[in-house]
Design a protein around this ligand. Structure first.
Ligand SMILES: [Fe+2]
Length: 241
């Protein structure tokens, strides 16, 4: 069930976007269906000196040194069934506990045997050792997807593929990805992931129920952080699903 950890890919610096919440943008290289590269983000939650990594992305040695300056990695959270490729790396390196949505860790588009197994599958009532943290877990999707809500700073939503904010194609996009993903509707601020909608096929009513949550900020796996007034920014797109 084990396989070699994928190498670190190009990424930027870790920056603190809200007190104790750090964010880093890196890249995802895909070989199929065509060679392409686009960006993805990891959020780091610091609870004292304990760190929780959400939507992991493997950092370079220099990036890991910066991460270690923030504290010690204790937990990994996988919010999106289409993500998680770097979770085993952090589990091995730090002995971190891995919490995941209910989706097997499978390479590519789900062929073959799982390459990893999470320590705990998250549900709406799962308690993680982060103050004010609660999961919103989709019940209607074909592949596991959740968001993590933090009851602080007016509400913070950390999202996987569901809520995105690619206002523009950033420096981690390859040229084919720039063209193709704009054409496919990915390059849009305050977006509900178009690929996710198509593949995960959530019940629209369940997506719209996100608006029952209070949130001022969104830290997405794709695009830049939405800091301030996030619910108002997302309301048109979420309502239109
Ligand atoms: Fe994604």
């Amino acid at each position: 069930m084990t396989r070699e950890h994928p190498d670190a890919q190009a990424h930027g610096d870790i920056s603190e976007v809200l007190p104790g919440l750090h964010f880093v943008t890196g890249s995802m290289q895909m070989k199929a269906p065509l060679p392409t590269r686009f960006s993805r983000n990891m959020t780091i939650i610091a609870n004292g000196s304990d760190l929780t990594l959400v939507n992991t992305l493997r950092l370079s040695e220099k990036g890991l040194a910066a991460l270690d300056q923030l504290g010690s990695v204790k937990h990994v959270i996988r919010l999106a069934g289409f993500h998680g490729v770097d979770d085993p790396f952090y589990a091995d390196r730090y002995g971190a506990k891995v919490w995941s949505v209910d989706a097997p860790y499978k390479a590519g588009f789900g062929e073959g045997e799982p390459y990893f197994e999470a320590h705990e599958i998250v549900a709406a009532d799962t308690q993680i050792p982060i103050p004010g943290a609660q999961f919103f877990v989709f019940q209607s999707t074909r592949t596991g997807e959740a968001l993590l809500h933090l009851d602080r700073d007016g509400g913070v939503l950390i999202s996987g593929d569901c809520l995105q904010n690619w206002a523009r194609a950033d420096r981690f996009f390859s040229l084919p990805a720039r063209i193709l993903m704009r054409f496919m509707g990915f390059i849009k601020a305050h977006n509900v992931g178009p690929g996710w909608l198509k593949t995960a096929k959530p019940d629209p009513a369940e997506v719209r129920s996100l608006l029952k949550l209070e949130f001022e900020h969104v830290l997405p796996a794709h695009g830049s952080p939405v800091l301030g007034n996030a619910k108002a920014h997302y309301t048109p797109t979420i309502s239109a699903v």
